[in-house]
Write a protein that binds this ligand. Structure first.
Ligand SMILES: Nc1ncnc2c1ncn2[C@@H]1O[C@H](COP(=O)(O)OS(=O)(=O)O)[C@@H](OP(=O)(O)O)[C@H]1O
Ligand SMILES: [Mg+2]
Ligand SMILES: [Mg+2]
Ligand SMILES: [Mg+2]
Length: 355
């Protein structure tokens, strides 16, 4: 067990940063305008909320931890916002950031557009195996955010290449199990925050501030009783491959498809027992898409590996170097899951070599 005071200030700062960023995202999601959505060079969407959330997290961490050196590896950068024609968008982001920070009575500041650009661009660190680095996905699941579905603000801290704490704010995740088709959605309390610190377990609280309780992964041992999470977007994970794996395992329930690292949070509290992610060939996973989710699941008693059963290595810079895909489940099911994955991958490579 790690000492309970280790990383305590950092965890409190991370919870505050992610909660304020979630507030900004909720404001934007309520009033999403098509002009708020831009397309990055790789055609993926980015919104005023992605930029605003990144600025808020960066500013709050710096204000809460003023004496510490600051390194942030984050998804977005302000390059497009500095271009001609982006002035109105930048104005809107700056207003949103100032309004969000002013909801916390301890902050009495007014940021300029240049301050906001600088806060966004402070996320350009390369990370790596030495020292401490914050890792941020300001909105994970931007497509889900745009659809009004699940998304997460995902913030982790690396120390000497290892994830030592993580916070996942999931503004649209119900408190009740997301995998239960019989739940009455109109009765749901919505908005969950997961937090984990190395050696200290995982907590969940309502985003609006209820007291935290410890959560644990599912104790299911028979794969027939397990349910599966996977990406909502088929472009992000091969649904046919996870379907052949779950057939081998005898999983009965249909897959639950939700966006973002909300899948890690839902698995950490036992809503489902397996999360499979198989990106199409050539895609390289980024550390911000997994760091917070990884520790939220690990500290809740779960296991996260690549498709060959190797631990994830967050010390290699902005990308995760891994074999084929990501598997998440409890300790009892992992050996069975690994066998099924290996079999399904062998069959897939045989069938493609016959084409
Ligand atoms: N081609 C491809 N393959 C795999 N993954 C990709 C791909 N393209 C994008 N991404 C990343 O997926 C992140 C969204 O997470 P999920 O796949 O879990 O959710 S979703 O179902 O796609 O909404 C998403 O995170 P955000 O950009 O933060 O939304 C991306 O980092
Ligand atoms: Mg993105
Ligand atoms: Mg992401
Ligand atoms: Mg993102």
């Amino acid at each position: 067990m790690a000492s309970s005071s280790l990383y305590q200030r950092e965890l409190a700062a991370a919870v505050k940063a992610a909660s304020l960023a979630a507030r900004l995202c909720q404001t934007v999601q309520k009033s999403i305008l098509s002009s708020d959505v831009q397309s990055k060079a790789d055609k993926s969407p980015v919104t005023v909320a992605d930029y605003g959330s990144q600025a808020v997290v960066s500013l709050v961490l710096k204000m809460e931890l003023p004496s510490e050196s600051f390194s942030l590896v984050a998804e977005e950068d302000a390059g497009d916002l500095r271009k001609d024609g982006a002035q109105d968008t930048l104005k809107r982001i700056t207003k949103l950031v100032n309004e969000t920070l002013s909801t916390d009575s301890t902050y009495n500041i007014s940021l300029s557009e240049e301050d906001v650009l600088a806060a966004i661009d402070s996320g350009k660190s390369e990370g790596g195996p030495s020292g401490q680095h914050w890792v941020l996905d300001p909105i994970d699941g931007t497509k889900g955010f745009l659809r009004g579905d699940q998304y997460a603000i995902a913030l982790g801290l690396l120390d000497e290449g290892k994830v030592v704490l993580g916070v996942l704010a999931c503004p649209n995740l119900p408190l009740a199990s997301i995998a239960n088709p019989d739940r009455d959605a109109s009765q749901d309390q919505i908005g969950c925050l997961f937090s984990a610190k190395i050696g200290c377990g995982t907590d969940m609280q309502l985003l609006n501030g209820s007291t935290a309780k410890k959560i644990h992964v599912s104790t299911i041992e028979n794969p027939a009783d397990a349910s599966l999470f996977e990406s909502f977007e088929a472009a992000h994970s091969m649904h046919d491959l996870s379907s052949s794996i779950t057939q081998k395992l005898g999983v009965q329930a249909p897959p639950v498809r939700i966006d973002s690292q909300a899948k890690y949070g839902a698995l950490a509290r036992g809503d489902g027992a397996i999360y499979l992610r198989f990106p199409h060939k050539g895609y390289r996973e980024k550390i911000w898409d997994h760091a917070a989710g990884f520790i939220v699941v690990s500290e809740a008693g779960g296991v996260v590996t690549d498709a060959a059963g190797n631990d994830l290595d967050f010390s290699k810079g902005r990308y995760l170097d891994l074999d084929t895909g990501i598997l998440v489940t409890n300790k009892k099911l992992m050996p069975l899951l690994l066998n099924a994955v290996q079999d399904a991958l062998k069959e897939k490579s045989l069938s493609t070599s016959l084409l």
